[in-house]
Design a protein around this ligand. Structure first.
Ligand SMILES: [Zn+2]
Length: 450
């Protein structure tokens, strides 16, 4: 037990846990977070709105209007960042021509995702982390590609966050690869994300996390008139589509229905986001998306990747998927004047610190086991070192079965730990930790003799 260093105690009365951590911020990440600029975010949004409409069905040949001009502009921004990246960042428009689908595509349509890849510096590290927002938008009628659709919040806000992260992160080097993507065809049925997720699956990309940002820069609700810019939601599903058969049996036996890949990622996003961003609470919502609604993380989720949706706390439906108009004294339409750029700045910082912490972390520990040879009130964990990356040590995480978040973190340089906490009453996980303290995603132990 001497080797245990209890880094923090998070128990507070009634076991309602608020993350309280003495884990230091990584100064490199803190510096990047401080570089996120409200003004740049605002200027990106102003520019995207200036294309009049970014409907996937809008003109692709006009130089200043429509989705074609908009994606060329995003590419030009990525290329500008690439020029200062010492060759690390490369960008292109990944296109596919989609046939009419009898639903939301009425004529063969060229679809283009604007993709920038910040290649990892470690050639033995094939992990990929993705940040996504959708460039396309819609009017009240999703088939109308002609009339104005500003789409400032849905989803120029997400694309602005993607651009700002690319601007800052491309000036640094990370062991793992980060992909920044401005997707098209979201409003026509998640078409661009489907295309990219399917490509990833076919080409066996080792995607460890997808952060999909969609509607994240406005702070108030209509009807209920809530105004708040200190909370952001992260949506995650509890179980993965791969959790069937033997996996499902294991989950039922061990009570792991709240520990699927996406949920685990959401927990990580909350802890890391709250570590680096002041005056921001990351609120986990235990469902894949808002009630009966969809987003670009879902095509990844459906292929077994850990993907979450990041969305503002309160949505204003007067400003979402609405033609710009005045009606009964209410201004409808997704206009930039309804945005809160300080809130968008914080939400962008939340993405950036998570991407950076993940991309700087070592690979996850391997073969994490909990000893079940005999009945004991101790929990005996063991694991093997990460396959790659400089590992300073490991965190063993612990939480009560009813707790949404990890409550304690124990550091060790060893590859085993015996804890005086019963595995009957707690969940455990193990993370690899880099020299600078960046944690991998956790691995939950599987039962085994030791
Ligand atoms: Zn959207």
């Amino acid at each position: 037990m001497k080797k245990l260093l209890i880094l923090f105690l998070a128990f507070i009365p009634c076991f309602t846990i608020k993350a309280q951590t003495t884990i230091q911020r990584d100064p490199q990440i803190e510096k990047m977070v401080n570089e996120v600029s409200k003004d740049s975010l605002q200027s990106y949004i102003k520019k995207m709105v200036s294309f009049g409409t970014r409907s996937t069905l809008s003109t692709q040949t006009d130089l200043s209007r429509g989705i074609g001009a908009a994606r060329k502009w995003v590419l030009s921004r990525f290329n500008e960042f690439a020029r200062q990246s010492n060759g690390r960042l490369t960008a292109f428009i990944d296109t596919i021509t989609l046939p009419p689908d009898g639903r939301r595509i009425n004529t063969p349509t060229l679809l283009g995702n604007v993709v920038a890849t910040l290649k990892g510096a470690d050639i033995n590290d094939d992990r990929i982390f993705i940040i996504s927002g959708h460039l396309d938008n819609m009017r009240s009628n999703v088939m109308d590609g002609v009339g104005d659709a500003p789409g400032a919040n849905d989803d120029a806000s997400g694309v602005a966050a993607v651009l700002e992260c690319a601007r800052i992160m491309s000036q640094r080097s990370f062991p793992a690869t980060i992909i920044f993507v401005a997707v098209s065809g979201e409003e026509q049925g998640l078409l661009g994300a489907n295309y990219m997720a399917e490509k990833a699956r076919k080409e066996n990309w080792n995607i460890e996390a997808v952060l999909n940002n969609d509607i994240m820069g406005s702070n108030n609700s209509n009807e209920t008139n809530i105004i708040n810019n200190t909370k952001i939601r992260v949506f995650s599903e509890g179980l993965s589509i791969l959790d069937t058969g033997k996996n499902a049996l294991n989950i039922r036996n061990l009570g792991l229905e709240n520990d699927g890949k996406a949920r685990q990622l959401a927990r990580y996003v909350k802890e890391t986001g709250e570590r680096y961003v002041d005056n921001l609470e990351v609120v986990m919502v235990y469902r894949n998306d808002r009630f009966l609604r969809g987003g670009d993380h879902t095509p990844y989720v459906l292929r077994g990747y850990a993907a979450v949706r990041i969305t503002e706390m309160n949505e204003n439906y007067y400003h979402q998927h609405q033609d710009v108009r005045m009606e009964n004294g209410i201004q409808y339409g997704d206009l930039a004047e309804f945005m809160d750029f300080e809130y968008l700045r914080k939400n962008t910082c939340m993405n950036l610190c998570n991407l950076a912490n993940l991309a700087k972390s070592p690979l996850m520990p391997q073969e994490v086991k909990v000893d079940t040879k005999k009945l004991t009130n101790f929990t005996n964990l063991s694991w093997k070192t990460s396959k790659n990356g400089k590992v300073k040590g490991y965190y063993v995480l612990l939480r009560e079965t009813t707790s949404a978040v990890w409550q304690k973190k124990f550091f060790t340089t060893d590859t085993k730990m015996d804890l005086p906490y019963s595995k009957d009453n707690y969940f455990f996980g193990v993370q690899s930790v880099s020299e600078e303290g960046n944690e991998s995603l956790p691995v939950l132990p599987s039962p085994a003799g030791r």
